[in-house]
Write a protein that binds this ligand. Structure first.
Ligand SMILES: Nc1ncnc2c1ncn2[C@@H]1O[C@H](COP(=O)(O)OP(=O)(O)O)[C@@H](O)[C@H]1O
Ligand code: SF4
Ligand SMILES: [Mg+2]
Length: 375
C-alpha cells in the first residue's frame, strides 16, 4: 500500500454509483449514481429537501427497499464487503448489530402494547443471547447512557406514557445496545421541539465520542445538522451535488442549491433578512423531467446555455475534499487554474470523480480566453 493512499477498507461504508428505482407508470430514479463513503467515527451529514432521495439511500444501505423499489446498481461496500451480494440470511444479523437506524417518528417506531424496557431487552436478548435478568440490567445501563432519568420507572412505561424526546432516547438506547459501528439517524429529531432536538443532537455527539460510532445524519434542515458533522453531502433529486468538510460547505458553499439551502437557515440577527434565490423560488418548485442537462437548471439563477445539454459530474473545485457538480463552478475553477499558471502549480482534479476530458478542456479554454482578453 502506498503511503497516503486510501484503501477501500479504510471506509466503513462505501457506495459506488448506487442507483435505486421505483417502477410504475413512470419509473422514478430515486437515487441516481450516488458514490459516498463513511469513515470510522465520522459524522456525515446528508441534507436535501423532501423527496431528494435521502431515506431511499439510507434504506438501501440496509437493503430495506421494498417493491416496487429496486436497487439497480451498486456496490454497497461494508468494510470492503458488498452487501448487495449477501443472502437475506447473511444480511439479517448485520442489521442492528453492525448498522442500526433510527427514524423520524419515535413513538410510532415502538410497539404500543409492550413496555419500552421489555422492547429494548428483547432486542438485546436477540443479539446477545443473554438471559432476561442480564438483558434488563443491560437495558437499564443503556437508559442511563442516553441520559434517561429514573431508568427503572421508564423501563415499565408504555410508549404513550413517554414524550417524543424520551421515545427517541429509548430508540437510541435500543440501537446502541447492539454496539453498531454505524448509526443512521434519518430525520431523527424532526418531530421534536427545538430544545429537545438540541439535546438529542448533543447526545449523538457524545455517543460518537464515547463509543466511536460513525453516524450518517440525515436531515432536510442544514441548520440543524451543520454544527454536528465532519463532512456534509448535499443531495438534489437523487444525486449528490456537493460534498465537503462541514466548515468549507458552511463558509464557502459552491453549488447554487447549497447556497439556497444555507440562505434558508434562520439567522439569529433579527435585522438580517436572508436573500431569496434569483428565481424567487426557495421551495421544491416544479422539477424538470430527468434527462439531459443539470437537473437543477429550472431553478438555477446562474444557469449557462451548456447546463441544458451537459449533465454535471461531481468534481473538485476548491480543495481536494470539496466536490461540486456544477458546470459554472467547474468553469470558474478552470479559469482560476489558468490564472495560476505563472509559477503556481496547476490544480488538476485527482478524485475518483474527475471532470470529463471535455469539460476540463472547455473550462481551460474559457479560462484562456478570459486570461488573454485581459492582456
Ligand atoms: N414507496 C415508494 N413508491 C414510489 N416512489 C417512491 C417510494 N418511496 C420513495 N419514492 C420516490 O423516491 C423519492 C425519494 O424519496 P425519499 O428518499 O423518501 O426522499 P427524502 O427522504 O429525501 O424526503 C420520492 O420523491 C419518490 O419519488
Ligand atoms: S450546472 Fe448550471 S444549472 Fe446546474 S447548478 Fe450549475 S450553473 Fe446551475
Ligand atoms: Mg426522508
Amino acid at each position: 500500500m502506498l503511503v497516503g493512499t486510501t484503501q477501500a477498507t479504510d471506509y466503513l461504508l462505501q457506495t459506488k454509483g448506487l442507483r435505486v428505482e421505483f417502477s410504475g407508470a413512470r419509473t422514478v430514479r430515486a437515487v441516481d449514481g450516488v458514490s459516498l463513503e463513511i469513515r470510522p467515527r465520522e459524522i456525515l451529514g446528508l441534507v436535501g429537501e423532501s423527496g431528494s432521495g435521502k431515506t431511499v439511500f439510507s434504506l438501501s444501505i440496509l437493503r430495506l427497499i421494498r417493491p416496487p423499489g429496486k436497487i439497480k446498481q451498486g456496490p454497497v461496500l461494508w468494510c470492503g464487503r458488498d452487501l448487495l451480494e449477501l443472502s437475506e440470511d447473511e444480511m439479517r444479523p448485520l442489521r442492528g448489530s453492525e448498522i442500526a437506524m433510527i427514524f423520524q417518528n419515535p413513538q410510532a417506531s415502538l410497539n404500543p402494547v409492550r413496555s419500552v424496557g421489555v422492547q429494548v431487552s428483547a432486542v438485546i436478548r436477540l443479539h446477545t443471547k443473554c438471559d432476561q435478568a442480564a438483558a434488563k440490567q443491560e437495558t437499564l445501563r443503556w437508559f442511563e447512557a442516553v441520559r434517561i432519568a429514573e431508568p427503572e420507572r421508564v423501563y415499565g412505561a408504555y410508549p404513550h406514557e413517554c414524550s417524543g424526546g424520551m421515545c427517541q432516547r429509548i430508540l437510541i438506547a435500543m440501537a446502541l445496545a447492539c454496539r453498531p459501528k454505524l448509526l443512521i439517524a434519518d430525520e431523527a429529531t424532526a418531530s421534536l421541539d427545538v430544545t429537545i432536538q438540541a439535546q438529542i443532537m448533543d447526545l449523538l455527539l457524545e455517543i460518537r465520542e464515547k463509543y466511536g460510532t460513525a453516524i450518517l445524519l440525515v436531515s432536510h434542515d442544514l441548520g440543524v445538522i451543520a454544527r454536528m458533522c465532519d463532512r456534509i453531502a448535499v443531495m438534489y433529486r437523487g444525486r449528490i451535488v456537493e460534498l465537503a468538510e462541514a466548515k468549507d460547505l458552511y463558509l464557502s458553499p459552491q453549488h447554487p442549491y447549497t447556497q439556497l439551502l444555507l440562505r434558508s437557515v434562520p439567522v439569529p440577527d433579527p435585522l438580517h433578512r436572508p436573500e431569496r434565490s434569483a428565481d424567487g423560488n426557495d421551495s421544491a418548485g416544479v422539477p424538470l423531467p430527468l434527462g439531459q442537462g443539470c437537473r437543477y437548471r429550472g431553478r438555477c439563477p446562474e444557469a449557462l446555455p451548456e447546463c441544458v445539454e451537459q449533465d454535471p459530474v461531481l468534481a473538485e473545485v476548491r480543495t481536494g475534499s470539496h466536490l461540486v457538480a456544477c458546470i459554472r463552478r467547474q468553469e470558474e475553477a478552470g479559469r482560476e487554474t489558468q490564472r495560476n499558471l505563472d509559477g503556481e502549480p496547476e490544480v488538476v482534479p485527482t478524485t475518483s470523480f474527475p471532470l470529463s476530458a471535455e469539460t476540463r478542456a472547455e473550462a481551460r479554454l474559457a479560462g484562456e480566453v478570459s486570461h488573454r482578453s485581459k492582456e
